[in-house]
Design a protein around this ligand. Structure first.
Ligand code: ADP
Ligand code: AMP
Length: 221
């Protein structure tokens, strides 16, 4: 099954994708994590993406689509976390999957009001080696500032600063929110929605329930 995680920055997509990866063997493909790796390795793509990411704007569609064509080779149970983010990317994804005779993806919408996102993102800490996600109030590490598994230091993302967060939320509404209608189109019924403002454990329960239902209804494993 190919699942698209749709929702604003800070809605909890990465948190839930990592949980599903650990529990059920899905593979999380996060375009944000991939791009940050390209930047760290100073690849041409990383250099091209840098200024867009620093402003909180979207990286141009052609660069993202080309990157994802490689990533989707030979995958089966995948969570696409942060892709597609524009209608052009969604159409390209459908075309790529059709060409590989794969089924259309289901989309899971993380529903949440904007006013909760700022606190989630400005309090987020990550372990750069594994991309494990923490929060200084809602998902505290055992030792403040350090990863539970490796004991290595956690960092805050530069684009989680308040000014950039505000732009990322605006960009979400302009460029990505239209995908809700794209995936909710009556002939395909690909959209499932969860209440992402609930505590993470409750979101997890709702996702598990709805995914089971979706998998049964669509005949997917
Ligand atoms: P996204 O991948 O959608 O940008 P994350 O999964 O990184 O979002 O979550 C953003 C921040 O909010 C992280 O610090 C995470 O620990 C925290 N978080 C995730 N889910 C919840 C939740 N349901 N309630 C409170 N905080 C959450
Ligand atoms: P994320 O880690 O998902 O919050 O993404 C961080 C940044 O990477 C975004 O603000 C964008 O600049 C860029 N990015 C990630 N995914 C995409 C995408 N699908 N399309 C365009 N830009 C993206």
């Amino acid at each position: 099954m190919i699942l698209v995680f749709l929702g604003p920055p800070g809605a909890g997509k990465g948190t839930q994708a990592q949980r599903l990866e650990k529990l059920y063997g899905y593979r999380q493909i996060s375009t944000g994590d991939l791009l940050r790796r390209h930047r760290r390795d100073q690849t041409p793509l990383g250099q091209q993406a840098q200024s867009y990411m620093d402003r909180g704007d979207l990286v141009p569609d052609n660069l993202i689509i080309e990157m994802m064509e490689g990533e989707l080779e030979g995958v089966s149970d995948v969570i696409l976390d942060g892709f597609p983010r524009t209608t052009a990317q969604a159409q390209a994804l459908d075309a790529m999957l059709r060409a590989k005779s794969k089924s259309v993806p289901g989309a899971l919408l993380f529903s949440i009001d904007d006013d909760e996102l700022m606190e989630r993102l400005t309090g987020r800490w990550i372990h750069p080696g594994s991309n494990r996600v923490y929060h200084e109030r809602f998902a505290k590490p055992k030792n403040a500032g350090f990863d539970d598994v490796t004991g290595e230091p956690l960092i805050q993302r530069p684009d989680d600063m308040p000014e950039t967060v505000a732009n990322r939320i605006a960009v979400y509404h302009k460029e990505t929110a239209p995908l809700v209608d794209y995936y909710d189109e009556p002939s395909s019924r690909r959209l499932i929605s969860v209440d992402a403002s609930a505590p993470a454990d409750d979101v997890a329960k709702e996702i598990d329930q709805k995914l089971r239902h979706f998998a049964n209804a669509s005949g997917a494993a």
